[in-house]
Design a protein around this ligand. Structure first.
Ligand code: S3P
Length: 177
């Protein structure tokens, strides 16, 4: 794979992809792209509006386009939506575009982070630990297929996670020499 200098963050909702991705991009001097924000910009709708008006299938097709566009960049930190890796083609595109890092968190931590937010249609009606665990276990294999490394964000400040990611990226750069 030609090194295009991209870093892709994958992982479940509420694991910190956007917040950590922004800081990581700043630390690396790279552009930050959030595929959900790109979908909202391109469609002129919020993610919730796309789900409510047009359904999940339409959202997933917008998501695929956003991933293709984001992954054609160079020198970017790309934060993806939690369900992006459910699609095989997305997995191939993501893995082909840069280093892939999966952020994780314990179900109770995820619940705590998302509980007062209404911007996640898949957890709109049911934000229970049971629902979160169910979705997590459905997706676990997909995250494993895609990621090179996992970082648990449950008990750390964003800055600490960023430092751990930076150390990992440095170790990979040194490997090449
Ligand atoms: C989704 C996660 C969301 C967003 C959409 C669907 C998912 O992104 O893409 O609501 O299927 O897990 P975040 O992971 O950034 O919340």
């Amino acid at each position: 794979m030609a090194d295009r200098g991209n870093v892709v963050l994958i992982g479940f909702m509420g694991t910190g992809k956007t917040a950590i991705g922004k800081r990581l991009a700043q630390a690396l001097g790279k552009q930050f792209i959030d595929t959900d924000q790109e979908i909202e910009r391109v469609t002129g709708m919020t993610i919730a509006q796309i789900f409510n008006r047009h359904g999940e299938i339409r959202f997933r097709s917008e998501e695929k386009l956003a991933i293709k566009r984001a992954c054609s960049s160079t020198n970017a930190v790309i934060a993806t939506g939690g369900g992006a890796v459910l699609d095989k083609e997305n997995i191939a595109i993501i893995k082909g575009c840069g280093r892939v890092i999966c952020l994780t968190a314990r179900p109770e931590v995820i619940q705590n982070r998302i509980k007062r937010k209404d911007n996640r249609p898949l957890l709109q009606k049911d934000k229970s630990i049971g629902k979160i665990t169910e979705l997590l276990s459905e997706r676990e294999a997909c995250y494993k297929k895609c990621a090179e490394i996992f970082f648990d964000t449950s008990d750390e400040e964003h800055e600490q996670v960023v430092n751990r990611v930076l150390n990992f990226l440095r170790s990979k750069t040194n490997e090449k020499c």
